[in-house]
Write a protein that binds this ligand. Structure first.
Ligand code: RB5
Length: 144
């Protein structure tokens, strides 16, 4: 598995740390692009940093966290080639990998508990794209 890019604002800082603990316990490689404290900051900064790592080919997938996951996913989805999925349950995380080939998982640090969030992360990073023709066609329609 290639590197996972991580980014958050102050609302996602604590959850990002929990995900880092999980990655370290599993030996999963990651690139932590900040923020590095709970000091107030602006989520589009981290959406752009994580998107760039993916588009440059340095990371295969990304995880973005703000308070709700909404602002940071909206920001990421403005960038061509990025498909950021806001998921707070395992079913959606699996489905968005299978159907949308989402390359970023977005979550809200003020929405989901740490234990559930790690399960969502696991589902997202372990599920491969289905490669089904109908899904490829629809993804191409988004990009065109
Ligand atoms: C920051 O207070 C908050 O607005 C941000 O983390 C996020 O929830 C925005 O969508």
């Amino acid at each position: 598995m290639k590197m996972i890019a991580l980014g958050c604002d102050h609302g996602g800082f604590e959850l990002k740390n929990e995900i880092i603990k999980y990655f370290e316990s599993e030996g999963i490689e990651y690139n932590d692009l900040g923020t590095y404290s709970t000091e107030s900051t602006d989520y589009p900064i981290y959406a752009k940093k994580v998107a760039k790592e993916i588009l440059d080919g340095n990371c295969e997938k990304g995880i973005l966290i703000c308070g709700t996951g909404i602002g940071i996913s909206i920001a990421a989805n403005r960038i061509k080639g990025i498909r950021a999925a806001l998921c707070h349950d395992v079913f959606s995380a699996k489905a968005t990998r299978l159907h949308n080939n989402a390359n970023i998982l977005a979550m809200g640090g003020r929405v989901i508990g740490f234990g559930s969030a790690v399960e969502v992360v696991k589902a997202f990073i372990e599920t491969e794209f289905s490669n089904d023709e109908r899904h490829i066609k629809r993804i191409n329609m988004i990009e065109d």
